[in-house]
Design a protein around this ligand. Structure first.
Ligand code: ATP
Length: 323
């Protein structure tokens, strides 16, 4: 392997820059030419590819977002699109890839490897934490910190006015951000897609808290919840508890931004280096992740399987703490 292309794809996450920087630094260390592929697979198809030097990666580690930009590419889902991408890579002599993104991006890397034989290592870059083969994904910790900081502020106004707040957090169809941010901010209840909670049960919980004279009630709602988003839940609950001044806050994209936390910087830096070392060691079609503090390589096909769920203990702990 002489030339490695790096790209970020799908939803951006804090720490992607740190991962790019680490991969590029590792490449230079091993005398490999490093290329930035801009706007994910879209840039591969449009030949938006540039050779990187150390100037490109100076002072990016601490910045949120991705300086390589990210995109979703419909063309890459087609055989013709991937063929065009392959020809562009060949024209630069790029013979391996580091793909930083979520399950969709890694699926693309897997397909591309199968079709064109370009060795690829994936890095789990998503705030959702919904990839197997790693305890946490790059960006998840920062997103939880951001959510908690925001919820702390909401609590101030909730307490001052005895309000009932429904705060919607991101996470797609996974409840990882919700459960972490909920435990970390002493939420009254946490609604996650993995567990069904009836409106009646939630109402009883809130009634019990009122009896115990709890002055602020913040319910965390994961965006992918089966019973609806925060607005929908708030409306249903309000019918049972009309005496509450009920408010809804959707945290939205602010959870994707900001400087990466110390953990995300470390995770991204370790995985960036291990991606390049993995490629050099002939580990292809795998995702690098950290499990129990050790870097492990998991076949992409397994990493993208949707079998990572919120820990039962976490859910139980959240319940105990909010009772
Ligand atoms: P996030 O979890 O943050 O949404 P993601 O990587 O899962 O990130 P997707 O939009 O699912 O985001 O995928 C990113 C890109 O990967 C797509 O726009 C597409 O170009 C490519 N991709 C996804 N699935 C496939 C597939 N089955 N075949 C080929 N390419 C794919």
């Amino acid at each position: 392997i002489k030339k490695i292309g790096v790209l970020t794809s799908g939803g951006d996450s804090p720490g992607m820059n740190a991962a790019i920087r680490a991969a590029v630094r590792a490449g230079f260390y091993y005398d490999i030419e490093m290329y930035g592929i801009y706007r994910g697979y879209e840039g591969m198809i449009n030949n938006d590819i540039k050779k990187l030097d150390s100037g490109h990666i100076a002072h990016v580690l601490e910045r949120g977002g991705t300086f390589l930009k990210s995109a979703r590419s419909a063309d890459f889902r087609t055989v013709e699109g991937r063929q065009k991408a392959y020809e562009n890579l060949k024209s630069h002599g790029i013979d391996a890839l580091v793909v930083i993104g979520g399950d969709g991006s890694l699926t693309g890397a897997h397909l591309f490897y199968k079709e064109h034989g370009i060795p690829a290592i994936g890095l789990p870059g998503t705030i959702d934490n919904d990839l197997s083969g790693t305890d946490l994904t790059i960006g998840f910790d920062t997103a939880c910190n951001t959510a908690i900081e925001a919820i702390d502020k909401i609590r101030d106004t909730a307490t001052s006015h005895d309000r009932l707040f429904f705060v919607e957090v991101m996470g797609r169809d996974a409840g990882f951000i919700a459960i972490n941010a909920g435990i970390g901010s002493a939420a009254a209840a946490i609604l996650i897609p993995e567990k069904k909670m009836q409106i009646e049960e939630l109402v009883d919980k809130l009634k019990a808290r009122r009896k115990r004279k709890k002055t602020s009630n913040i319910v965390i709602v994961a965006e992918g919840g089966k019973s609806g988003g925060a607005a929908e839940i708030a409306k249903k609950v309000h019918k049972f508890l009309p005496f509450y001044d009920t408010k809804v806050t959707i945290l939205g994209h602010l959870q994707r931004g900001g400087a990466p936390s110390s953990y995300d910087r470390l995770l991204a830096s370790k995985l960036g280096v291990m991606a390049v070392e993995g490629l050099l060691a002939g580990k292809y079609d795998v995702m690098a992740g950290i499990i129990n503090n050790k870097v492990v390589y998991t076949p992409i096909k397994r990493a993208i399987v949707d079998d990572k769920t919120v820990d039962e203990d976490d859910f139980r702990i959240a319940k105990i703490l909010s009772t």
